[in-house]
Design a binder for this molecule. Structure first.
Ligand code: SF4
Ligand code: SF4
Length: 274
C-alpha cells in the first residue's frame, strides 16, 4: 500500500499534565501513580514547538489541560508564535476561561474537543456551555463520549441533543485494548460512527505506511516524545526530548508496528489509510 500524500500541517499531541478534577472509572490514566504531574518549563516547551520544521498544530490535552496553572498563558504564547492550537477538555473550566481560550486562538483556531463524562457532567449544562463557546469561536467544536456498557444505550439520544455539533463515540479500553463488546454492542457502536467517527472500532493498521513520527508525535509533561500513543504505551519508537535538543522526527511515512491503532489524529488527518 502506498503512503498517503505528505500532510502539510503536522500535529503534536501534548499531554501537558496528569492532573484532573475528575476520576472517571474508565480513565486510561487512573493507574498513573502520580496524578499531579505537569509540564514545568513552559517557555522551553513553546520554543521547542516553534522550532519544529514547517506548519504545526499543537493539540493540548492532559489529564485536564485547563487545570495546568500555566495553561492560558501557554495558549497565548503558542498562538502568538503562529501555531494552530487545539484542546481536548472535559469542559469543566469556567466559561470565562473557555472564552479566553477561544479569544487567544482566534487568528488560527483549531479543534475544541469536549469530552462528555457522564459520571460527572450533566449533559444539558454541558451542551449549553459548548454552544456558548461555539458562538464565540471560528474553530471546530466536537463532543466525544466513552461508550461504556452503561452509556451505550443512551448514546443515540445524547447524539440527538448535540445536533449541529459533531458528536463522536469512543470505545472503552481496559488494559490497553478495547473491551470485549458483544456483536450487538459492536453493531451499536458502528451505527454511532465507530471510534471518533472513523467507521471502525479497533483498527489493525500494522504494516501500513503512516506519517506518525514525521508529521505527528505525542509529547508528555517532561518533553519526552513518541511516534504515537501505541508507541508510547509500549515504550517503542521514542523520538527524543523536545526540551533538550534530542528530538529527531522521521523524514517520511514508515510502516506501522502496532496491532491496534487508537490514534485519532493520524487516522482523521489522512496520515494513514484506514
Ligand atoms: S476527565 Fe479525562 S483525564 Fe480526567 S479522569 Fe476523566 S477520562 Fe481521565
Ligand atoms: S498505531 Fe496508528 S498512529 Fe501509530 S504508527 Fe500505527 S497507524 Fe500510525
Amino acid at each position: 500500500m502506498s503512503a498517503p500524500l505528505y500532510p502539510i500541517e503536522g500535529v503534536a499531541s501534548w499531554n501537558m499534565n496528569t492532573t484532573c478534577n475528575y476520576r472517571c472509572s474508565y480513565c486510561t490514566q487512573r493507574f498513573v501513580e502520580d496524578r499531579k504531574r505537569w509540564a514545568r518549563d513552559l517557555p522551553r516547551f513553546v520554543s521547542g514547538f516553534l522550532a519544529l520544521p514547517g506548519d504545526w498544530e499543537i493539540k493540548l490535552s492532559g489529564g485536564e489541560p485547563f487545570r495546568h496553572p500555566g495553561f492560558l498563558e501557554t495558549v497565548r504564547d503558542l498562538a502568538a508564535g503562529g501555531l494552530r492550537v487545539s484542546v481536548v477538555t472535559n469542559l469543566s473550566a469556567s466559561l470565562e476561561d473557555l472564552l479566553e481560550f477561544a479569544s487567544a486562538t482566534a487568528n488560527r483556531p483549531g479543534v475544541l474537543s469536549a469530552s462528555l463524562h457522564l459520571e460527572y457532567a450533566e449533559p444539558e449544562a454541558f451542551r449549553d456551555k459548548l454552544l456558548a463557546i461555539s458562538r464565540a469561536w471560528a474553530g471546530r467544536v466536537c463532543v466525544t463520549c466513552v461508550a461504556t456498557r452503561d452509556n451505550l444505550p443512551r448514546l443515540a439520544e445524547l447524539a440527538s441533543m448535540f445536533e449541529g455539533l459533531s458528536f463522536k463515540v469512543q470505545p472503552e479500553k481496559q488494559d490497553r485494548d478495547v473491551i470485549d463488546y458483544s456483536p450487538a454492542e459492536r453493531d451499536q457502536l458502528l451505527a454511532l460512527g465507530g471510534h471518533n467517527g472513523t467507521g471502525v472500532i479497533d483498527p489493525d493498521l500494522s504494516g501500513r505506511p503512516c506519517w506518525a513520527g514525521s508529521r505527528y508525535f505525542v509529547v508528555d509533561h517532561r518533553g519526552e516524545a513518541w511516534r504515537c500513543y501505541p508507541a508510547r504505551r509500549y515504550r517503542q519508537e521514542h523520538l527524543g526530548n523536545l526540551l533538550d535538543g534530542s528530538l529527531r522526527l522521521r523524514l517520511g511515512a514508515e510502516a506501522c508496528r502496532y496491532r491496534y491503532c487508537n490514534c485519532t489524529v493520524p487516522q482523521q488527518r489522512g496520515m494513514v489509510r484506514l
